[in-house]
Design a protein around this ligand. Structure first.
Ligand code: SF4
Length: 287
């Protein structure tokens, strides 16, 4: 039985934002029912304890989120949520009282990615109040600013200064710098990151030479229709490896296409076209 560090199970691919940095998806939109969530998550559970409830989509939009969290708890998962934060005032309390939810990551950079995205102060109040409440409930909460691009004082991420000032009102300095980020208070972290580029079949090849990635070694992704993909970046399902409704994960990981990806990376090469166009695969290769 292949052990994985984590799996991504997309409970919906619908989102209430339209961020400039997100490619979205052309796949049909949908929501997993709690019954189907049980079926798919149950097939992932022998392989991992850590389940992320997104691939694309905003998980807090799911109308049956409470039932889904309860099934996750029953199956013994540690659940990870990544959200744009807009619905935390409505649904944050639910996350705080679910024993299975371990970590909530809030993409604060989503605010700047939306033209006329609303009242920034109200948005930040919602995110930071939630972070305090979640930490009080024993959760870990990461406040993400994945928008660094070497031009922090220009363009969209000029708002980082305002965001940090607002953050300080909720989490007074001094903050503690660590190798993984900044600890603002026990259980609350600020995570910086480079602006992210999604892999795209229409883009030029980046990894014609050496490439390595932990897709299928540490993680798999499952789209809401059951399609298994090698990682959380395959937003269009360009590398469909099988369907978890019809097959076990073990069978899918042993398929010729999945084995070619795994063995290719073992030899330092990307077997799939999407992987040859993915900036992530370059991170592990010394330049
Ligand atoms: S190289 Fe990119 S697209 Fe390929 S498996 Fe890794 S993260 Fe996914």
């Amino acid at each position: 039985m292949r052990e994985l560090k984590k799996a991504y199970l997309e409970i919906t691919n619908v989102c209430n934002r339209s961020c400039t940095f997100c490619p979205g998806t052309r796949r049909p939109q949908g929501f997993l029912t709690p019954e189907d969530f049980r079926r798919l998550a149950g097939r992932l559970r022998p392989h991992t304890e850590y389940l992320y409830l997104h691939l694309m989509g905003e998980p807090l939009l799911h109308p049956q989120l409470e039932q889904i969290l309860a099934v996750g708890e029953e199956l013994g998962f540690r659940l990870m949520i990544t959200t744009n934060g807009t619905l935390l005032p409505k649904r944050g309390e639910l996350l705080c009282r679910s024993p299975a939810v371990q970590r909530v990551s809030i993409s604060l950079h989503s605010f700047e990615g939306n033209e006329g995205g609303g009242d920034m102060a109200a948005y930040l109040d919602g995110c930071f109040s939630f972070a305090r409440q979640a930490a009080g409930a024993g959760k870990r909460c990461a406040l993400r600013l994945w928008n660094l691009d070497g031009a922090e004082t220009q363009g969209a991420n000029a708002q980082n200064g305002t965001i940090l000032e607002h953050m300080e009102r909720y989490f007074p300095r001094p903050w503690k710098e660590g190798w993984q980020g900044v600890t603002l208070a026990p259980g609350v972290y600020l995570e910086w990151g480079e602006r992210f580029e999604w892999p795209d079949l229409e883009a030029d090849e980046l990894n014609a030479g050496r490439a390595f990635c932990r897709g299928l070694r540490d993680q798999v992704g499952v789209l809401w229709d059951g399609t298994v993909v090698p990682c959380c970046l395959d937003h269009e399902g360009d590398i469909p490896l099988g369907n978890l409704y019809d097959q076990s994960l073990e069978e899918i990981l042993e398929s010729p296409r999945a084995k070619a990806i795994y063995e290719g990376f073992s030899q330092g090469r990307a077997a799939e076209e999407l992987c040859r166009k993915c900036g992530y695969a370059r991170r592990f290769v010394s330049k």
